[in-house]
Design a protein around this ligand. Structure first.
Ligand code: NAD
Length: 370
């Protein structure tokens, strides 16, 4: 295969890098060989589940290189300092040095953990992101954010560390459970809302094919959604302005996840309800019509994503407590809440002008009356 034939979008940030779409895992070795003459040692970092499914396919491309595979259990709790320390010890045992190249093979957890490892090991070694979840393909592998969690906070210790390339093999999504697909769909629909009305319409018209996982339709959706993220981080890699738009729905979503102690709510469900709450707030501020809010709700529901808190828990949530949770949002400035609001469909704005009463009213709209 010629790499020139692969679908590719370029992140044009300080240090540009390509995002290859529909790139077979087996071909990554040959691509790296063509890019890095000094490549001797490769460290693949993955989780147990993804290793069993895809590590052999990836390794095929590295027949003449020294390859070590380090794996961790699956799950968010692996994004820890303890795991980072263990990875470092294991990497040294494998003879890793400053010329080693790391491949993060997995979802967002592995991308963040292996990425942070690569950013810090011997003050930074080469990194390739090979995302295998929908969320990782359209979102976390692009943009260079890497991090681990501490008891003090999620993603509290991290870096901007762009990979040398993102290598996205769509076929890995075939094995992804629907619950994980939903997490990625919530982010993809968010991308459409922020910047691509055509993508939103694509979701509406192709919903059946998407639910059936039609490969061509999926390919187009993942490509278009990735392109939104590439476009935004290319303009604002370090989140000084426009990149904040990617937080649409997340201030509400995080508040809900925290209030529910991360139990009984997935990230995708939190984002989905957060998108609806943000839409209600936007409607109150004259940025959206009732019909547009209903369109968003209908689309989310079509894919099994909730639009009211009552759909995911029978425990009644207190809007005031949810508002209180937003007090500590990282985006707040000088005590003021900074919120991302949709402006119609396909556009979003950063708003510093939302009052607590307006936010409370938005929460009330997504707390089910049942
Ligand atoms: N760096 C960023 O910009 C950024 C952006 C968004 C989210 N994130 C982070 O991403 C993480 C969530 O990522 P995620 O949703 O991908 O979860 P994940 O990495 O935990 O993966 C979800 C599950 O899917 C399994 N899996 C992965 N690929 C599979 C495949 N192809 N087939 C079958 N199973 C597969 C994994 O083993 C895991 O059990 C969070 O830690 C979040 O903070 C980072």
């Amino acid at each position: 295969m010629s790499f020139a034939e692969l679908q590719k979008i370029e992140v044009t940030a300080d240090r540009p890098y390509p995002v290859f779409l529909g790139a077979p895992l087996e071909e990554l070795g040959a691509y790296l060989h063509s890019q890095f003459e000094d490549l001797e040692h490769i460290l693949i970092i993955s989780d147990h589940a993804v290793r069993d499914l895809y590590a052999e396919r990836l390794k095929k491309g590295f027949f003449d290189k020294r390859v070590n595979l380090l794996t961790v259990p699956a799950g968010e709790k692996e994004k820890s300092l303890e795991r980072l320390s263990q990875l470092t010890t294991a990497a040294l045992r494998c003879g890793a040095d400053r010329h080693t190249l790391v491949i993060a093979l997995g979802g967002g957890v592995i991308g963040d953990l292996a990425g942070f490892f690569a950013s810090a090991f011997m003050r930074g070694i080469r990194l390739i992101q090979a995302p295998t979840t929908l969320l990782a393909q359209v979102d976390s592998s692009i943009g260079g954010k890497v991090a681990v969690n501490l008891p003090a906070g999620k993603n509290i210790l991290g870096a901007f560390y762009p990979p040398r390339a993102v290598w996205t093999d769509f076929t890995t999504l075939d094995s992804l459970p629907w619950g994980e697909v939903e997490n990625g769909l919530a982010e993809s629909i968010k991308h459409a809302l922020i910047a691509d009305m055509g993508l939103f319409e694509f979701f509406e018209t192709q919903q059946e094919s998407l639910k059936q996982r039609d490969p061509l339709i999926w390919r187009e959706m993942v490509s278009r959604s990735s392109a939104v993220k590439v476009g935004i981080v290319s303009q604002d890699e370090r989140e000084q302005g426009k990149r904040a738009l990617l937080n649409l729905g997340h201030s509400f979503g995080h508040a809900l996840e925290t209030e529910m102690n991360y139990r009984g709510v997935t990230h995708g469900q939190g984002v989905s309800i957060g998108l609806v709450a943000a839409a209600y707030l936007a409607k109150a501020k004259g940025l959206m019509t009732v019909a547009e809010v209903e369109r968003i709700k209908l689309l989310l529901n079509t894919f099994g994503l909730p639009t009211e808190i009552g759909e995911i828990t029978s425990i009644e949530q207190d809007p005031k407590a949810l508002l209180q949770r937003m007090q500590t949002d990282k985006k707040n400035l000088g005590g003021r809440k900074i919120l991302i609001l949709p402006h119609g469909i396909g556009r979003a704005v950063i708003s510093k002008e939302c009052t607590d009463q307006e936010i409370l009213d938005a929460w009330k709209q997504v707390v089910s009356a049942d």
